[in-house]
Design a protein around this ligand. Structure first.
Ligand code: AGP
Length: 360
């Protein structure tokens, strides 16, 4: 069953491997018999009626929200703000006239997010919850729910819920774009099917990642992740994964930002993991890598097919440029997993952490 590890040594590895299947399940659940997108009219109406979306989330779900902002702005033409739940309540931004709140939460039980939900419902605003647990508190207390269909996620480190959140946000953006009669140059379900295949190819390359970890993250105290555009958001997630299960101090930075201070931490051999899946910033991220290499950094470039260079550490299959986080995150998850294994850490139950944080 979903609650058992089967032949897997850890839930996290099982859940990483489940991602292609989750993508296919989402494609199935969100299409009707004519292969059209299937979403509640009520959700569609709320999306087209709002003048701004406020995404509220924590941790990995917040990182998925950052990617979702790109979809909603670029495809559906709606301005989006993404907020960390614990900051929002007492540091509330000026709200637009017709806000729609979107809560992203794997568990649907995160107390920080719930307190925002309670507050904005008191203010009379509509809320949509995107969650893996349909009967959860955040789902019950919001006006609308979109399910992630990822199946139970047991490992404390979130993996398949993150990619499910991104896929559902893409579907939501495309559906809204269509409802607004906006032209879209791609079929989201077809593109997600390509993603599912790419994910499968990636989960078949565990040994390559394991070796990269052995050779580059063995005894390091810290590691940096750099990327531009959506690669930056995946860097935040890659760094969080590495921190929470391997206890390596890790930080994600926008490629151009490191030189404004943090580059002072680069020493001989400091691992710098760079993501290069975006054509428009491929040149600039590679020059950021050169800046750190010149200070002794050990660079590991994760690029995408079509943008790769000979010296890159790893190349992910080509997917639609908006959907690259769905594939580039997989080697980041595996990197964290093997780094934790290497250090004999408790992969599924890292110290100090609970699966869902139900206190504010
Ligand atoms: C992810 O690896 C973390 N364990 C954590 O950041 C998590 O994403 C966060 O607590 C939010 O949880 P939720 O999605 O259940 O609301």
């Amino acid at each position: 069953s979903d609650m058992e590890k089967g032949t897997y040594p850890h839930f996290m590895l099982k859940e990483i491997d489940e991602q292609p299947f989750v993508m296919r399940r989402i494609i199935q659940e969100y299409q009707d018999t004519d292969n059209n997108l299937k979403l509640d009219d009520a959700i569609r109406n709320a999306m087209t009626a709002c003048d701004r979306i406020y995404i509220i989330a924590a941790g990995t779900s917040y990182h998925a929200g950052l990617v979702g902002k790109q979809f909603l702005e670029k495809m559906a033409g709606i301005p989006v703000e993404v907020h960390v739940a614990s900051e929002f309540s007492y540091n509330m931004p000026l709200l637009s006239e017709k806000p729609l709140f979107v809560f992203i939460s794997q568990s649907g039980e995160t107390a920080d997010s719930r307190s925002v939900l309670v507050k904005i419902k008191e203010m009379g605003y509509p809320a949509l919850t995107i969650t893996n647990v349909p009967g959860s508190t955040l789902s019950r207390e919001a006006d609308f729910t979109l399910n992630l269909y990822a199946g139970p996620e047991i490992a404390v480190a979130s993996t398949k819920a993150y990619t499910a959140q991104i896929a559902v946000l893409a579907i939501l953006a495309v559906d809204t774009a269509r409802a607004k009669d906006l032209e879209l140059a791609f079929d989201p379900l077809q593109e997600l099917a390509i993603v599912a295949n790419a994910m499968e190819a990636l989960t078949d390359q565990k040994e390559t990642i394991e070796e990269l970890v052995r050779n580059n993250l063995g005894t390091t105290r810290n590691a940096f992740f750099i990327g531009r555009g959506s690669d930056y958001f995946v860097c935040l997630e890659g760094a969080l994964k590495l921190k929470e299960i391997s206890y390596i101090q890790a930080e994600g930075f926008a490629g151009g930002e490191l030189k404004h201070g943090t580059i002072a931490l680069i020493e001989e051999g400091t691992p710098v993991i760079a993501l290069a899946t975006q054509e428009n910033v491929n040149y600039s991220i590679r020059s950021n890598v050169q800046e750190v290499v010149a200070r002794g950094a050990n660079d590991l470039i994760f690029s995408m097919k079509g943008l790769e260079q000979d010296t890159d550490a790893f190349v992910v299959p080509h997917v639609h440029e908006l959907l690259t986080p769905l594939v580039s995150v997989v080697p980041m998850q595996l990197l964290a997993y093997y780094a934790a294994l290497n250090r004999d850490c408790d992969v599924d139950k890292p110290r100090n952490l609970a699966k869902s944080v139900t206190v504010e």
